[in-house]
Design a protein around this ligand. Structure first.
Ligand SMILES: NC(=O)C1=CN([C@@H]2O[C@H](COP(=O)(O)OP(=O)(O)OC[C@H]3O[C@@H](n4cnc5c(N)ncnc54)[C@H](O)[C@@H]3O)[C@@H](O)[C@H]2O)C=CC1
Ligand SMILES: O=C(O)CCC(=O)C(=O)O
Length: 630
């Protein structure tokens, strides 16, 4: 036989977000010049009463003396408290109504305002146990019932003892008076509820610290509005992503660990085992081994454009959705490219170095304008195309080559091959992506094809270029200069030394992969990527994912959303629907989208599901991952 469960729930700062007597003070003292002084005093007395450092009855007497309230104030208080019910209680309201006969609200507050609030929420007001005010004929509060055990210290345990409850008893509250029930031996567990306040003194002795009600229901294996409490979602952010990301994830209630460097594959395998979301930039490699070590991973968040550092195929096969920030640093890379073109055409790196060495080299030799020079862009994607427009505005003559058919912007000229472009232009700049096929696409042969005295820029990926060949072409004077921002081997953090064959070469600008490192770009990325991840976790929406079929969805209310990710084979949708029909579950809406590897089905259903249904859905043969949102 299943044992009955009794939930004993505190009212102030647990069921509601606030302390009722603080709100009463605001009502009574509205417009009174002493308001803030009296409010501070009341809050101080409340806290002392709650953490156990002041006798409870004394704290009650002192507060009521200060307040001088009447019956109308109490009615107004109840109205205001109806709008102050704790968020996670509101989220779980429907389920809690079904538990009404298992719940007692036990409070050192007053039935006069607690009962209307509890009834408004849908619980049974007869199961409220609390203090009672005594009024005079004019309706003024003159005292409280001193015979009520809840008006003194230890009152809550006395009340629970008298109830003589059958089955398990769980206490949910924020103060020492709730803990006392457990200490007196009348409860199986005390859950310290910290959604509204955190009382340090009580923390050490609580059985479980619960930042919200979902956490408690999850722990008790009871039904809840969120299949997985948000406070259990672990986010690991590497490579010093913008602090905005930490703020956004923490605001959602996730646990965030922040690191400024990247991690090696082995370090990451160890660290990632229980992580749900990993945030990286370009240096951290998410390999299949890493994905396999990550038992709970749902998202890779790339705080950058390039995703070549991520094994997208492995992520897809393991049901991990990857999001990046496709446009957020485009402009920054374009501006760096423009700056470098001008600097190199004017031979500025050498001129500046000479000045630092005390040499005054005033001469026009080797210095030119960029106006009317020919710029060759390899890779006419977001960056390449934007660079084309800005360079043309400076009077450059733009040529481009892309693997794919790309329409020319402005007066740019399309080339049919990279070779054709190389022989035509004065400046070659690479903006291809980092797919493996692009490794070493630029080497001795391609440098040979360039015009003598041309300039070379790589802001794309280090492995695209044969660095040794670049060095030889600079030293031989075939190239006038170069700018390189990306390297085949880059330090993991700013504490590691940098080494490259390009160091010390003439008219050579070396930068530490900072093409996208501007305040504007990082701030954009810092909010764009977390918002994508949060949207996916909250609604299942995959809009903008680089490896999942893209589905844009709104949250649903009064329904349950089931997410099913499976290998893309026929008949999975039919199988899902058969199982739902067998369990008499009505489908409110359903979406399916596939790509070559996977299918993604989102089903909104109108009825509470049970564990058997979930198990059957998980057992569908090609299932990669099954998740219930709410
Ligand atoms: N240095 C830095 O800090 C940054 C570097 N990047 C790099 O720049 C790359 C490009 O960025 P977006 O323009 O936003 O990407 P994108 O995907 O919009 O454009 C890449 C273009 O290159 C073309 N392409 C690929 N391989 C090619 C080849 N072998 N020959 C000719 N065309 C080829 C593609 O068809 C595509 O049009 C990123 O993938 C990333 O690796 C991006 C941002 C910052
Ligand atoms: O800023 C970064 O760490 C990486 C920039 C980059 O290469 C990209 O966005 O692809």
């Amino acid at each position: 036989m299943i044992k009955p469960i009794n939930l004993i729930i505190d009212f102030d700062s647990t069921f509601t977000r606030v302390e009722a007597l603080d709100v009463l003070a605001e009502i009574v003292l509205e417009g009174d010049p002493r308001q803030s002084f009296v409010l501070d005093k009341i809050q101080d007395i409340t806290n002392k009463g709650m953490d156990g450092s002041l006798d409870f009855r004394a704290s009650l007497e002192q507060r009521l003396d200060l307040l001088q309230a009447d019956r109308r104030d109490i009615e107004e208080l109840a109205e205001r408290l109806k709008g102050q019910i704790s968020r996670s209680f509101l989220r779980n309201q429907e389920y809690f109504k079904s538990l009404r006969e298992s719940i007692f609200i036990v409070s050192n507050g007053f039935t006069d305002f607690i009962k209307p609030v509890v009834a408004h929420y849908g619980l049974n007001p007869d199961r409220v146990i609390a203090n009672e005010f005594i009024y005079d004929e004019a309706g003024r509060i003159i005292d409280f019932n001193k015979d009520n055990p809840l008006s003194r210290n230890g009152g809550k345990s006395e009340v629970i003892k008298q109830l003589d409850l059958k089955g398990d008893v769980y206490v949910i509250g924020d103060g020492a008076n709730d803990l006392e029930i457990r200490k007196a031996g009348y409860a199986n567990k005390f859950y310290l509820f910290t959604e509204n306040v955190e009382r340090e003194k009580v923390m050490a002795e609580a059985d479980h610290i619960a930042p919200n009600l979902d956490e408690i229901l999850y722990e008790l294996k009871m039904s809840r509005s969120l299949s997985y409490p948000k406070n259990r979602i672990k986010v690991l952010l590497l490579e010093g992503v913008h602090p905005q990301a930490v703020e956004l994830f923490e605001k959602e209630g996730y646990q965030v660990e922040y690191m400024t460097s990247s991690l090696s594959e082995d370090e990451l395998c160890e660290k990632i085992t229980d992580v749900n979301v990993i945030g990286i930039r370009s240096k951290t490699h998410i390999t299949e081994k890493v994905i396999k070590s990550a038992k709970r991973l749902i998202n890779v968040a790339a705080f950058c454009i390039g995703t070549n550092q991520i094994d997208l195929d492995a992520c897809t096969r393991h049901g991990v959705a990857v999001f990046n920030a496709p446009y957020s640093n485009t402009r920054s890379v374009v501006e760096l490219a423009i700056a470098e073109i001008i600097m190199l055409v004017r031979n500025l790196p050498d001129k500046a170095r000479a000045m630092h060495n005390g040499k005054w080299e005033k001469s026009a030799a080797g210095a030119q304008e960029v106006r009317s020079k020919k710029l060759g862009i390899v890779g006419y994607g977001n960056i390449g195309a934007q660079l084309s427009v800005v360079a043309e505005a400076m009077g450059m003559d733009v040529y481009y080559y892309d693997l794919e058919e790309k329409l020319a912007l402005g007066n740019a000229t399309k080339c049919d091959s990279m070779e054709e472009l190389l022989g035509l232009v004065d400046v070659v700049t690479l903006h291809v992506d980092g797919r493996p096929e692009n490794n070493n696409i630029f080497g001795a042969k391609q440098f040979d094809m360039m015009k003598d005295g041309a300039i070379f820029i790589n802001l794309a990926r280090g492995k695209v270029v044969d660095v040794k060949a670049l060095r030889e072409n600079i030293l031989s004077g075939k190239l006038k200069g170069c700018a390189v921002d990306v390297f085949p081997r880059e330090p993991k953090s700013n504490d590691e030394p940098f080494e490259s064959e390009l160091m010390g070469l003439p008219n050579t600008i070396l930068t530490p992969h900072i093409g996208g490192s501007t305040a504007e770009a990082q701030e954009n990325i810092g909010s764009f990527v977390p918002n994508k991840v949060i949207q996916y976790i909250n609604t299942g929406s995959t809009a903008g994912s680089v490896n999942f079929p893209n589905l844009q969805l709104q949250p649903v209310h009064h329904a349950h959303r089931l997410l099913h990710i499976h290998h893309n084979v026929p008949k999975v949708l039919a199988h899902i629907d058969q199982i739902l029909a067998k369990h008499n579950i009505n489908i409110l809406s359903q979406y399916l989208k596939t790509n070559e590897q996977i299918g993604y089905v989102i089903t909104d259903v109108d009825r509470a599901y049970d564990d058997d249904l979930l198990e059957e859905l998980k057992q569908i043969e090609p299932t990669i991952w099954f998740r219930v949102l709410y």
